[in-house]
Structures are given as structure tokens and as C-alpha cells.
Design a binder for this molecule. Sequence first.
Ligand SMILES: CC(C)=CC(=O)SCCNC(=O)CCNC(=O)[C@H](O)C(C)(C)COP(=O)(O)OP(=O)(O)OC[C@H]1O[C@@H](n2cnc3c(N)ncnc32)[C@H](O)[C@@H]1OP(=O)(O)O
Length: 257
Amino acid sequence: MSYETIIVETHGRVGLVRLNRPQALNALNSTLIGELDRALDGFDKDAGIGCVVLTGSEKAFAAGADIKEMQSLSFPDTYLDDFITSWDRIGHKRKPIVAAVAGFALGGGCELAMMCDFILAADTAKFGQPEIKLGVMPGAGGTQRLTRFVGKAKAMEMCLTGRMMDASEAERAGLVSRVVPAAELVDEAMKVAAQIAGMSLPIAMMTKESVNRAYETTLAEGIRFERRVFHAMFATRDQKEGMTAFVEKRKPDFSHG
Ligand SMILES: CC(C)=CC(=O)SCCNC(=O)CCNC(=O)[C@H](O)C(C)(C)COP(=O)(O)OP(=O)(O)OC[C@H]1O[C@@H](n2cnc3c(N)ncnc32)[C@H](O)[C@@H]1OP(=O)(O)O
């Protein structure tokens, strides 16, 4: 499949998507979101892929939703088209997705990174929700996801002032899992993704689903969900292989079933 705004590659069991609108700092227009959605669906359907890395350029992961595309929209346009709701599909992919963020991750760019399963940041990364400066607020989950990641005080300050957070503040606040030198970002993300892709695919997918439950339900419901899924794992070949390999002091050879 050919794409206009993204570059898609596979490296063994890892899928790599690079956002590629350098002239607009990877501003997220409807073409890009549609292409990204299709590429990630393709990886979800591909049994040979175990994990995906989503990245941008050195200067920008993504500088937000495309302001030039939004500028003239009216309320009926946004309401009737249910503007932005199609973005939610990115946050509902089933395979693990690692966001590798260098440079600006602003507005929709920050929201897109937060839709991934975790964020690995370059030391150059800058996160922000500057929509208020444009006379709107985050519309792709930013007020909700950022608050869950960094807590009310920081999320409120960032959404009300548009202030950017650098990589080390983002790490301290719990927005990113780790910060690495910019020159090593994509290699490091690919290494982590290959590690995940080397695990049992169904177990990794069930683990992702279970961790995500923590954001959507009560503790008691979440623990009940975890317990049911944990029990179900004992019906897989990979549970037998993983535990047998440990007992036999060898590396597991998962068959993803
Ligand atoms: C409302 C919702 C749902 C979500 C949103 O995401 S709203 C957008 C939030 N993002 C922003 O407000 C950031 C906008 N961009 C900037 O503030 C700056 O571009 C910057 C600080 C990220 C970088 O500044 P710099 O001086 O280094 O680069 P520019 O000359 O400003 O940009 C280069 C080139 O890219 C175009 N650009 C940048 N961001 C966007 C965007 N979000 N949408 C559309 N186009 C964008 C910028 O206009 C310029 O292109 P031209 O040279 O053709 O003007």
C-alpha cells in the first residue's frame, strides 16, 4: 500500500510508522490520520507483527492537529462530521504501540502519543497542549488522558496556559516511560519493540488490554477483569512453553497461540 503522509516499514516482527509531513512539522490532517489508521489496522491484522513503533522527525513528533484544516470549520461542520472522533480508532488498536517522541509533541501530537501504550522520549522532546492559545481546548482526549498521566495540577496548568513540558519534566511527571539521547531514540524504541514482539503475542495483547482497563473502570472491576484474563492465559500453548522453558533453564520459543 502506498501512503502520502507516512512511511511504513517492517523490521522482523516490529512495524515502524514514521509520520512524514516535514513541511508542516507533521501536523495531523485528515489524510494523515486516515493513513495512520489504515497502517495500524494492517499491523493489527498481520500475524507476523508483534509490536509497532510510531515516530515523527527529529524536530517534531507532531505539532498538533492541522490548524489550517481547522481554521474555517463551523460548529455544524464539526458536529455533523463528528470531527476528531475518527482519531479515537488509533487508541483502540490491539497490538502494543510504542511512541518514540523527539521534538514537538503538541496539541493533537501530544494526544496521539498518549493514545500509544507508552512513550519513549528523546531528550529534545517537548510536550504541550497549547490549544487554548488558538481559542479552543484539547479535543482528542488531552484533557482526560493528560490528567490521568500527570495529575490534575500539571494537566490543568498545561491546558490553561499552553506551557510546554520538557522531556525530563515529562519523565518525572509520569508522562513518558524513559528519556534517551535523541540520536538513539528510534534504535532504542525498535529494541524495546523487538523485545515485546519476542513475547507471546496473545499474552502481550491481553496484558495491554488489562493495563488499559485500569483507566476505564473501578479497582474492583479491574482486578476481576485481570483475574479472568490471567486464568484464560493457562489455556495457551505459550503459558506451557514459558513455564517449561524456565524449569528447563532455556529460552522460551513462543508460538503465539
Ligand atoms: C484543536 C485540536 C483538537 C488539536 C490541536 O492540536 S490544535 C494545534 C496545537 N498545536 C499548536 O498550536 C502548535 C502550532 N505550531 C507552533 O506553534 C510552531 O509551529 C512550533 C512552536 C511547533 C514550531 O515553531 P517554528 O518556528 O520552529 O516552526 P513554524 O515556522 O511555526 O512551522 C513550520 C511550518 O509548519 C506549520 N505548522 C506548524 N504547526 C502546525 C499545525 N499544528 N498545523 C498546521 N501547520 C502547522 C507552520 O505553519 C509552518 O508552515 P508555513 O511555513 O507554511 O507557514
